[in-house]
Design a protein around this ligand. Structure first.
Ligand code: ADP
Ligand code: MG
Length: 372
């Protein structure tokens, strides 16, 4: 047996090299991208998965800083200086951090969604750098988008039933007016005004439904949240009327409240919340919607006087396929949470009391407000 005392220098070098290649082998056998940086932000190791995911290899970092290559621009298309980078902050402070909604850039100029964990690297108790483990989230996001689209189509189908019912009434009355004028052989100005407003109502409802159901572009635009919620109320009203549920809106319409959003997604959120409230109430009840503007964010609440949700069930809200309904998908709350938290950097809270009802509170950053 070799005792450490008589290991020659070349043997020691050999051992170190063996250990190094073993380390590299382990690093290269994992599916996650893993890299390490020293306190000066130089890359000290970079595994095979990192190379495959980004297209960059170690030699690329000799001329250019890693941050400038893979992390220079955020999801909103804004430039991120190194000093604003969470990895850099964790490196300086020696803290651990988990980031779940960021993007990295590839050598070919495209980007991909990532989640990553940052852990400080210690050497004999001294903070010497940080290790980042990252994962490509494209597939997971694609699956979530597919589920969201599926849920949306189901909802549109159900809404259409209510809407078909709703537009049958004005059509019947329009037919009646036409009949009346035909019989009297006279044109009546008063009838025209009523007919006109009936036509307009039918047109707006159908336009909304078509807009919502057709595939959407994914670019963020500024929208007045009051308009978006009002359009949703217009769509949901027919179903509410059928179930004898009052949809009460509690806000002044004069001043606009702008948020930067994907409008169809925000509409989907409120359709989900109102639909759940209606299904909870079943019939005869009230849903109250409020919009309150703060300094940096707007708060929208959806309150129902349904049966409420017990605390152990509240915990399950948002888990995929969790549903207490016979024909529920259990996707509504998952999609809602995803749209608000991940896509719009907002928050969603629920307060519920069994026997009294439920309040969902959505907060979204305002345009111009800090933290957006
Ligand atoms: P689904 O509506 O298809 O069941 P969701 O994800 O939309 O799926 O909702 C999950 C579950 O959360 C529902 O089945 C229901 O039990 C509960 N829930 C959601 N909103 C309410 C509400 N306003 N009142 C009572 N229960 C609710
Ligand atoms: Mg639902």
């Amino acid at each position: 047996m070799n005792s450490s005392a008589n290991i020659s220098e070349s043997e020691l070098k050999n051992e170190v090299e063996k250990l190094h290649s073993l380390n590299q082998l382990i690093l290269d056998s994992v599916a996650e991208g893993i890299y390490g940086i020293d306190l000066e932000a130089n890359v000290i190791f970079w595994n095979k998965a990192a190379e495959e995911l980004t297209g960059f290899s170690m030699s690329d970092f000799q001329e250019n800083n890693l941050h400038n290559l893979i992390h220079h621009t955020n999801q909103q298309g804004e430039h991120v200086p190194l000093t604003d980078c969470p990895v850099y902050h964790a490196l300086i402070s020696g803290e651990s951090l988990f980031v779940e909604d960021d993007i990295f850039w590839k050598k070919d100029g495209t980007s991909f969604p990532v989640e990553y964990t940052i852990k400080p690297m210690q050497e004999q108790g001294k903070h010497v750098g940080t290790v980042i483990t990252f994962r490509d989230m494209s597939e997971k996001i694609k699956t979530e988008e597919m589920l969201a689209e599926w849920e949306k189509l189901l909802v549109v189908g159900q809404m259409s039933a209510g809407i078909a019912h709703e537009i049958r009434n004005p059509i019947t009355s329009l037919k009646g007016f036409v009949q009346l004028m035909k019989e009297s052989k006279q044109l009546n100005e008063e009838y025209f005004d009523i007919m006109d407003s009936e036509f307009n109502r039918i047109e707006t409802i159908i336009k909304e439904l078509l807009m919502f159901s057709k595939p959407q572009k994914t670019s963020f635009k500024q929208h007045d949240i009051k308009d978006l919620v009002s359009q949703v109320v217009l769509l949901m009203e027919p179903q509410a009327v059928m179930k004898n549920i009052r949809l009460v809106t509690n806000w002044q319409s004069c001043e606009s409240v702008y948020i930067s959003c994907l409008d169809h997604q925000i509409k989907q959120v409120f359709i989900n919340l109102i639909k759940n409230a209606m299904e909870a109430i079943e019939s005869d009840g009230e849903i109250v919607l409020t919009i309150t503007t703060g300094q940096k964010e707007v708060t929208i609440t959806v309150k129902d006087d349904g049966p409420g949700i017990s605390p152990d069930h509240v915990e399950k809200l948002g888990q995929p396929f969790y549903s207490t309904k016979e024909s529920g998908t259990g996707l509504g709350m998952m999609v809602t949470t995803n749209i608000i938290k991940n896509n719009h950097r907002g928050s969603l809270e629920v307060e519920s009391e069994v026997g009294k009802g439920t309040v969902f509170e959505v907060r979204l950053p305002l345009v111009g407000g800090k933290g957006s």
